[in-house]
Design a protein around this ligand. Sequence first.
Ligand code: NAD
Length: 233
Amino acid sequence: MGVAVITGAGSGMGRATAELYLSRDWTVIAVDVAPNPGIESNNLHWVIADVRNRQVLEVALGPIVAKTGGQIDAVANIAGVFPPTTLETFTEENFRFIFDVNVLGVLNVTAVCVPFMQSGSAVVNFASVDGFTVSRGQLLYGASKSAVIMITKSLALELAPKGIRVNGIAPGWVATPGNAATGRMEEAAKSIPIGRVAQPAEIAEWVWILSDPTKAGFVDGETIVLSGADVMR
Ligand SMILES: NC(=O)c1ccc[n+]([C@@H]2O[C@H](COP(=O)([O-])OP(=O)(O)OC[C@H]3O[C@@H](n4cnc5c(N)ncnc54)[C@H](O)[C@@H]3O)[C@@H](O)[C@H]2O)c1
């Protein structure tokens, strides 16, 4: 049992991850711009905050961490945005939006949480297969997720002396509400070698594994691709 800070817990893989940690009797501090979608638990602390705003995170998280025992054992940086962009459609505004949420958000949350972390604790950042291989129409999203992969390596190096591991997950197609809404999931599944998309709960299980020093104590600075053999590197 421990304390996990999970961003993006309002939907998709963030929600599945929060539910998994709660089901294993952890305390979860959920951070999302959206309200709790209906996860019920006495061990859940819901913080409505934007990961782009470090000051707000500091003010919001400090007192909750103090109340829950003063330490953080796992951080899952899952909040992310993925609007399509091309050279033709990108603007300075959507550049800032995508990079600020996906990249600055990871840095802000990690920086605010690290003072409460100790040897054996871990950070798990959400990248994407689009950070490794190019995806049509995802000019800025792919670049932001490549940045997450490199930040994961740098932070692993920086935090190794404290005994804090930092790893990443790069999902391929996952059955999240956003993907379901595109109506393209069945078609996508046909092109995936193992013949299906992933369920959010099985991705959440990898957050659990990577954050557990007894299972993944020697995995550090790595971003694991979970794509059903769709993307191999
Ligand atoms: N869905 C996929 O197939 C897929 C594939 C590869 C990678 N990813 C990545 O995995 C992560 C989760 O994806 P998902 O599909 O489950 O997402 P989702 O859209 O279902 O949920 C994202 C959550 O993040 C929250 N959020 C957005 N901006 C925020 C901000 N500025 N501050 C705080 N919270 C914010 C949203 O309110 C939402 O609850 C993202 O980082 C995404 O880029 C998703």
